[in-house]
Design a protein around this ligand. Structure first.
Ligand SMILES: Nc1ncnc2c1ncn2[C@@H]1O[C@H](COP(=O)(O)OP(=O)(O)OP(=O)(O)O)[C@@H](O)[C@H]1O
Length: 253
């Protein structure tokens, strides 16, 4: 896995700063993700994870720094950059009257891609949705099932960067495991993944690298292959303890 800067990064943030009034939500954040690499952004509430995703998506403008998605400068070409991104929000909203296949084909079309039912079935399978649910109305779906359809919608876009915001929050272990399979399948196809998460145990399973964010600062980055799941948890707690004890997001020099 190549995460050095060779000009082929799927995502690159350089010195990104975002303030909300007096509050420094992000301070000089720099990170790079290579094609096919899964990067977990860990951090407590208010660390700046969602702000990071919103800046990458172009929903917010940075106060300083530069963001590139597949080589496209988000500040110069917001729509061009967004076309390279698939985004799975924490809560996936589906049309309750449509079944999983219909939802997927409908949202894929909205995203600019026409897919047929057999392609839809394959994407739903990759995203971990069991066959018997493919033709069921989404109105009766659990959160985990909606997340899987959401992941299939994201995969349908054929994007180079997949952004996930708390993808496993509120999911049971089996649903979270299925979703992790889907993320790994995307990674194997060369899609880079940035996953904002609190789910430390899943990180070892899914991510190649992790970064720990606190109060808008990236405290450390590590390869998950170098750490066991319990070492990841220990590192997380140690980094947060060692960090400036100022409240998360409070103004700092
Ligand atoms: N629109 C906004 N206006 C003012 N402050 C904001 C806004 N959005 C985020 N913040 C602040 O910026 C900081 C970072 O918030 P952010 O939502 O990015 O954190 P997070 O790591 O995603 O947290 P969580 O895990 O709770 O989702 C917090 O202090 C938050 O209060």
């Amino acid at each position: 896995m190549n995460s050095t800067n060779d000009g082929a990064d799927a995502l690159r943030l350089d010195g990104v700063r975002k303030d909300f009034g007096e509050r420094h939500a992000l301070q000089a954040l720099s990170l790079k993700i290579a094609p096919g690499e899964v990067y977990a952004l860990l951090g407590p509430n208010g660390a700046g994870k969602t702000t990071t995703l919103n800046l990458i998506l172009g929903f917010l403008d940075p106060d300083a720094g530069r963001i590139e998605v597949a080589g496209i400068d988000v500040a110069r070409d917001r729509l061009g950059a967004r076309a390279k991104i698939a985004y799975l929000p924490e809560t996936v909203m589906l049309h309750p009257q449509l079944d999983a296949i219909e939802n997927l084909t409908y949202f894929a079309l909205l995203g600019g891609r026409r897919i047929d039912a057999s392609q839809a079935r394959e994407l739903l399978r990759q995203a971990g949705l069991q066959e018997e649910a493919h033709a069921r109305r989404a109105g009766g779906f659990s959160k985990g099932m909606r997340q899987k359809v959401g992941l299939a919608i994201a995969l349908a876009k054929d994007a180079q960067l997949l952004l996930l915001d708390e993808p496993t929050s509120g999911l049971d272990a089996s649903a979270a495991n299925d979703l992790s399979h889907g993320v790994r399948a995307a990674s194997r196809r060369g899609v880079a993944v940035l996953m904002a998460t609190h789910d430390l145990y899943r990180v070892k399973d899914v991510a190649h690298r992790l970064g720990i964010l606190r109060a808008g600062r990236l405290l450390t980055e590590r390869r998950t292959s170098e750490l066991s799941a319990s070492q990841i948890e220990a590192l997380y707690l140690q980094e947060l303890d060692a960090a400036d004890p100022a409240p998360a997001g409070a103004a700092a020099a």
